[in-house]
Design a protein around this ligand. Structure first.
Ligand SMILES: Cc1ncc(COP(=O)(O)O)c(C=O)c1O
Length: 398
């Protein structure tokens, strides 16, 4: 018997009582945007994936992954600072630097690792060079990995109201520390589907001599010149993932050459973790080849997202401030979100319920993610199902 098993069991029971228990289900991909749930045997249209451009099944990515692995192996064998940095990976970093209009970039095994290691690296720089701790100003709704980075740095972020640049300015004006000031935000928010005002953030961070760090995880591929995000030319540090619209895994941090070299020395997620597999380097390289010409796919995402938002507005459904392909169906309590997700699934759609700690307790939701492979018919059918299920209150009452 494993020690403390009773405690684990009780912990799970407590989560279940609060409707916060997460149960991971195994899904089998049975076509583009379609999955088979092994537990229920149900075929579902997937509206929860972040594979926004449908690249994760693209033949060019698969082919390039194999070619790259045939040259460099299936694993990189060591961290980037030991022997894990292949010529292909370095070329990819330089490619990412050019695409983000930054002098250099570093590749990380995941977006979580990039964010979780960035803040301690910046915190250390502040102490070393100014003798004072860094002060972090964070949009309230930044991703958990950024919060994790703050905690790992031993820094408690000062949170500004979501998207409220004036509030940020007030907080910056009150800051007396001579340590590094760092502003953290996302360009497209992962759970709200709204966008930061990057231009205004740039102006404020210039005014108060703060570093602007933007997580572009959900914008890369979908927004910006050649699909490379919304903060080009505005941010001091850009974090982006390859795991969402680029259809594979891994992430990058792009900034100045010195900033990147500082990361080589201090970012634990790169120093103490094996570098990204050559398979993924190949797949990412192929995705970057395809990206500039995916205008039609980006348009499709935009058209379908507008269509679903309009359906929801017309039906009086609360989708918050979403302006993008991420459309939250805000329902309130955990049990409402769980029950709505179940009903929607019975109608043939996979839209996962999002609950605390990902979102606040009163803002549970179904998070719809529109991808380029969805069709108008599927979006209309989903809208119909959502309106029907939401209207049918007693069926998903708590
Ligand atoms: C805004 C944001 N940043 C970072 C990450 C982490 O990226 P990855 O999945 O590559 O670890 C996510 C993933 O959900 C995210 O939504």
């Amino acid at each position: 018997m494993i020690k403390f098993n009773g405690l684990f069991h009780k912990g799970l029971e407590d989560l279940a009582r609060q409707d916060r228990l997460r149960v991971c289900r195994s899904l089998q991909r049975i076509g583009v945007g379609r999955v088979l749930c092994q537990q229920t045997g149900r075929e579902l249209v997937d509206f929860s994936s972040s594979d926004y451009l449908g690249l994760c099944t693209h033949p060019l990515l698969l082919e390039r992954a194999v070619i790259c692995a045939q040259m460099d192996g299936s694993g990189s064998g060591a961290s980037r600072v030991v022997t894990g940095l292949t010529v292909h990976m370095r070329n990819l970093e330089q490619r990412v630097a050019a695409l983000t209009a930054m002098p250099d970039a570093r590749i990380f095994p995941s977006g979580w690792q990039a964010n979780a290691s960035l803040l301690p690296a910046l915190g250390r720089l502040s102490i070393q060079q100014t003798g004072e701790k860094a002060t972090i100003f964070a949009d309230k709704l930044i991703h958990a990995s950024l919060y994790h980075g703050c905690a790992a740095a031993g820094l408690r972020p000062i949170r500004f109201r979501h998207g409220d640049v004036a509030h940020l300015a007030t907080l910056l004006a009150q800051c007396k520390s001579s340590g590094l000031r760092i502003v953290l935000t996302e360009s497209v928010f992962s759970m709200e589907g709204d966008q930061s005002d990057i231009v205004a953030l740039r102006a404020i961070t210039q005014q108060y001599n703060a570093l602007l760090c933007v997580d572009e995880a959900h914008a890369i591929g979908v927004f910006g010149e050649n699909g490379f995000g919304l903060s080009l030319g505005f941010a001091d540090i850009i974090v982006g993932t390859f795991s969402k619209a680029l259809g594979s895994m891994g992430a990058f941090i792009a900034s100045s050459k010195s900033a990147c070299e500082w990361l080589d020395n201090t970012a634990s997620g790169a120093v103490f973790s094996t570098a990204l597999s050559p398979l993924l380097i190949g797949a990412i390289d192929a995705a970057l080849d395809l990206l500039p010409n995916m205008v039609q796919a980006r348009n499709q995402v935009e058209v379908l997202s507008k269509r679903l938002r309009k359906h929801m507005w017309n039906g009086g459904v609360d989708i918050g401030s979403s302006t993008t392909h991420i459309i939250p169906i805000l329902v309130g309590k955990e049990c409402k979100a769980m029950s709505l997700a179940r009903v929607i699934e019975e109608l043939g759609f996979l839209v996962v319920a999002i609950r605390p700690p990902t979102v606040p307790p009163d803002r549970c939701r179904l998070r719809v993610a529109i991808c380029a492979y969805h069709t108008i018919e599927q979006v209309d059918a989903l809208a119909h199902a959502l309106l029907h299920a939401i209207g049918n209150d007693e069926k998903h009452g708590c």
